[in-house]
Design a protein around this ligand. Structure first.
Ligand code: PLP
Length: 385
């Protein structure tokens, strides 16, 4: 089927909620994708930080193949080994509490909001400007962006959004606060690192008022910033955090991971999901977690992150570079969507724009120095137009 035919099928049948770029991918391996004409692309986006181990990582593929022909689904009415082992791996690699599984990042944040409200009945959820926590009603209510929220009012009550500044945050947290929900590094807003001062202030105010500090690590977790979890580099330990995106090695899964204090708040009947941590996705995630929780891989993230950031800072039209590890963005003095389109169509490099002048790069954590240099050369040509 040609791309023109696919676009016609989309026009006739698909709710137009996505503005797709005109490329059909048919195969992926490592940092590379191939389109339906056989053209090879370098993928510095990873399906928005999902295929962080590269496309079709052999260990993830083997785990899925082994599980998919044995048992695909039983529901959470019964036990399966992959889900229990994955929970153990997540809990023991982080806060030493317990794990609630779901199917996406938004769902993980929904679970966090429900847990926080149950722990502190009728309490408020405090978030910061430009946050992105997902598109479902609870998660959207925690996403204070006019364009995303306004068409869908009324939203869920009890959410407060403040500037990401210590004084503003401290003033917003009081005895009515159930949770403070923060991305340690804001992804969709264009890779904004929240300051250590802000996170420490949130930690202190949450302690003082018995509120839960919850980090949204849906994008910045799972090795993306050079440690398994992003909070490890912030000097602050949250009471719980959420994960999704790269967690399933390319398959859909989300998790709320708690510390000991919140581990038993949700009791039988409080929350649930038919599909959550089914054997196939849990086997994939267990393989992805074991592969990612590896000091050599995490060192590669830090080294390649520094190499990429240095290279970006030297490109013409790049005004500033920010981020941590392999979660990077650059500000350009051009239209970022135009640059992204030229990079894709002329240079066969996949990156994306998070704003009118912001280009975001989320390459595979396994990326090699040669591929970093190759991407920089391609991006330089796309910037030169
Ligand atoms: C992508 C993202 C979400 C939403 O995840 P979905 O799987 O699309 O529901 C939530 N929080 C952050 C920080 C994200 O980057």
């Amino acid at each position: 089927m040609s791309l023109a035919e696919l676009r016609e099928l989309e026009r006739a049948n698909v709710v137009p909620s996505y503005a797709r770029l005109p490329v059909e991918f048919v195969r992926g391996e490592g940092a590379r994708l191939w389109d339906s004409d056989g053209v090879e692309y370098l993928d510095f986006l990873c399906g928005i930080s999902v295929t962080s181990l590269g496309h079709c990582h052999p260990r993830v593929v083997a785990a899925v193949r082994e599980q998919v022909g044995r048992l695909m689904h039983t529901s959470n009415l019964f036990y399966t080994e992959p889900a229990m082992r994955l929970a153990e791996g997540l809990a023991q690699s982080s806060l030493g509490g317990k794990v609630y599984f779901c199917n996406s990042g938004a769902e993980a944040n929904e679970a966090a909001i429900k847990l926080a409200r149950k722990a502190k009945p009728r309490g408020d959820i405090v978030v910061v400007h430009n946050a992105f926590h997902g598109r479902t009603y609870g998660a959207l209510s925690a996403t204070p962006q006019e364009s995303k929220q306004a068409p869908f009012a009324p939203l869920v009550p009890g959410f407060r959004a403040v500037a990401p500044e210590p004084a503003a945050l401290a003033a917003a947290i009081d005895e009515h606060t159930a949770a403070v929900l923060l991305e340690p590094i804001q992804g969709e807003a264009g890779v904004n690192i929240l300051s250590e001062e802000l996170l420490a202030c949130a930690r202190e105010a949450c302690n003082q008022h018995g509120a839960a500090l919850v980090f949204d690590e849906v994008q910045c977790g799972m090795g993306r910033t050079g440690t398994l979890w992003a909070y490890e580099q912030t000097g602050v330990e949250p009471d719980a955090f959420t994960s999704a995106k790269a967690l399933g090695g390319g398959l859909p899964i989300g998790a709320l991971i708690t510390g000991p204090r919140l581990a038993d708040v949700l009791q039988p009947g409080d929350h649930g999901s038919t599909f959550a941590a089914g054997p196939v996705v849990a086997a994939a995630a267990l393989a992805a977690l074991e592969e990612t929780h590896d000091e050599l891989l995490l060192a590669n993230v830090r080294e390649m992150g520094a190499r990429l950031a240095d290279g970006l800072a030297q490109l013409p039209h790049v005004l500033a570079v920010r981020g941590r590890g392999l979660m990077l963005a650059c500000e350009v003095d051009l239209s970022a969507p135009d640059v992204v389109r030229r990079a894709l169509l002329a240079e066969h490099l996949i990156v994306n724009a998070t704003g009118p002048t912001t280009v975001r790069l989320l390459p595979p954590l396994t990326i090699s120095p040669d591929d970093v240099d190759d991407a920089l050369a391609r991006l330089a040509r796309a910037l030169a137009g």
